[in-house]
Design a protein. Structure first.
Length: 157
């Protein structure tokens, strides 16, 4: 029993936060948030999200941490961060159950100018196409990315 108590006392980092939903329909989808330890022996810890959309993880080990919330297509994963012993991290996490770019997936009409003639597809990763034919967004890809770029209005959608 002594070992368990000393173990808990040495793992004293805390993450507390609040989820900020993109719209009210996302609130009903929120029930839990998961914390992943990204060490050699990955572990998972899950807590319930309170009715006020707050959450709290306690007694966390020092490690690089990832947080995720179940999403429509796959888990909504927030960027990883390093958590040291005795850290207390307070987070405000924006969240959308549905990807805002899904509505334009099959429609390349620009939402600003309402035209298609200056719209090109968005690409990710190593850029090998002509920049006039595709807009490169880089190598970091999430589960919710734009599909199109309007050269006239200089926006992705």
């Amino acid at each position: 029993m002594f070992f368990w108590t000393s173990c808990l006392m040495s793992q004293s980092a805390v993450i507390e936060g609040i989820i900020i939903p993109n719209n009210n329909s996302d609130i009903e989808k929120l029930s839990s948030i998961s914390l992943y330890y990204n060490s050699k022996t990955p572990k998972l810890q899950t807590v319930l999200i309170e009715t006020d959309l707050s959450f709290k993880f306690e007694y966390i080990e020092t490690d690089t941490i990832s947080l995720s919330i179940p999403g429509n297509r796959e888990d909504y994963i927030f960027p990883s961060f390093y958590l040291s012993e005795n850290d207390t991290i307070r987070l405000k996490l924006p969240y959308s159950y549905y990807c805002e770019y899904d509505i334009s997936k099959n429609d390349k009409t620009c939402p600003i100018c309402k035209k298609k003639n200056k719209v090109i597809p968005v690409e990710f990763g190593l850029f090998i196409n002509d920049p006039k034919k595709a807009y490169n967004m880089g190598c970091l890809i999430t589960d919710c990315e734009p599909n199109w770029y309007c050269k006239r209005d200089k926006i992705t959608f």
